[in-house]
Design a binder for this molecule. Structure first.
Ligand SMILES: NC(=O)c1ccc[n+]([C@@H]2O[C@H](COP(=O)([O-])OP(=O)(O)OC[C@H]3O[C@@H](n4cnc5c(N)ncnc54)[C@H](O)[C@@H]3O)[C@@H](O)[C@H]2O)c1
Length: 337
């Protein structure tokens, strides 16, 4: 149970962070949010009267430690990361700094806090399906080795291994989440495939597909990813036997990039706008998807939203957002998926 715990959500101003904060607030849990930037459009601002928002860079160890100790944090959702694959490929050093150094800073700050007597009950660390890298056997199972090759993938392999080393070496209460592509309202990274496609279609443009459309991926509705993370932390507090585990989070229904773009177009009644296939994506794995058997069996968690339900919600959210931002004079750059 998380009741009575003080919870820190790192990366609270990003896409997933506000969804996790909302679920925690619904349970009456006290939440402290950490991010280094609070963009104007972030959904976190709607929660600002209920979440204590702190501007901290996780590359700064002392700041992480002060925050965890001063706020008497018991449970951490570590989501903060440079999470855009293309940006990571173009800028490996800042990506490694946020994702790798940032993770060891958060883990070490929590270890120091516990050493000085603070109760640290659960740390849920967001890894990714990308942490597996290219594997012969699909779907990915949790015991497959971490073997990312490209900058983002390597940063998540390292995040995952470093976080678990704190369980194995120091008995820290750590669990890992590995999700495929998240989608849903509030993702302001408009180059990602779902928001990029919806916005292109809303603007009356053909959606662009950077790859040849054939890569196969998992897509999971953001609220399901948040509910899985909260379910894991909740179990960790009362059951140390799950500590150290990694959990794949998936609806076990992978689809190709082309198929999801076509599905969105069909749902929006814009099949007339055929996607433009650029075929220029590089450093991409052809097929990656997860089995979520472990979390279903051990925790009884299951996703609530099928792809069609989640996409319907995402389309509704971006349609409202597009109308509001267009009305306020916001200029959409040419979206691409
Ligand atoms: N979005 C996805 O499809 C997806 C899939 C699998 C795993 N993940 C992982 O889930 C987590 C959340 O993803 P997201 O989509 O919400 O990402 P996001 O980019 O929307 O949010 C991440 C947040 O972390 C913050 N951040 C980055 N570096 C920081 C630093 N040095 N100090 C403090 N804050 C920092 C950013 O400002 C941002 O608000 C990430 O760890 C990501 O790698 C995401």
């Amino acid at each position: 149970m998380l009741a009575g715990k003080k919870v820190l959500v790192t990366g609270c101003a990003g896409f997933l962070g506000p969804w996790v904060c909302e679920l925690l607030l619904e349970q009456g849990i006290g939440v402290v949010g950490l991010d280094r930037v609070y963009p104007a459009g972030s959904r976190i601002h709607a929660l600002a009267d209920r979440v204590r928002l702190k501007e901290v860079d996780i590359e700064n160890f002392d700041a992480c430690r002060r925050l965890i100790e001063d706020e008497e944090i018991n449970v951490i959702f570590h989501l903060a990361a440079q999470a855009i694959v293309g940006l990571a490929n173009d800028n490996p050093i800042p990506t490694f700094a946020s994702n790798i150094m940032g993770t060891w800073n958060v883990m070490e700050a929590a270890r120091m806090a516990r050493k000085s007597g603070q109760a640290i009950d659960a740390i849920v660390v967001a890894s990714s399906d990308k942490a597996y890298g290219d594997q012969e056997n699909l779907p990915y199972l949790e015991d497959a080795p971490m073997q990312g090759r490209f900058p983002y993938d390597v940063s998540k392999s390292c995040t995952d291994l470093i976080a678990r080393s704190y369980f194995h070496s120091y008995g820290m209460p750590v669990c890992i989440t590995r999700c495929g592509n998240l989608y849903g309202g509030g993702d302001l990274h408009l180059s990602r495939i779902v928001p990029g496609t919806i916005l292109a279609l809303l603007a009356g443009h053909a959606p662009l597909i950077r790859s040849d459309g054939s890569p196969v991926r998992d897509y999971i509705y953001v609220q399901d990813a948040a509910s899985a993370a909260v379910a894991i932390a909740t179990r960790m507090v009362g059951d140390t036997s799950v500590h150290g585990q990694a959990f794949n989070i998936s609806n076990d229904a992978p689809v190709s990039v082309l198929a999801i773009v076509r599905k969105i177009a069909a749902m929006m009644g814009r099949e007339d706008l055929a996607p433009v296939i650029e075929g220029r994506a590089s450093r991409e794995i052809q097929a990656q998807y997860l089995s979520s058997e472990r979390i279903r069996a051990l925790l009884g968690w299951a996703p609530e939203f099928e792809l069609e339900d989640g996409l319907g919600r995402a389309i509704a959210w971006y349609t409202r957002w597009y109308a509001d931002s267009s009305a306020s004079g916001y200029k959409h750059s040419a979206p691409s998926a």
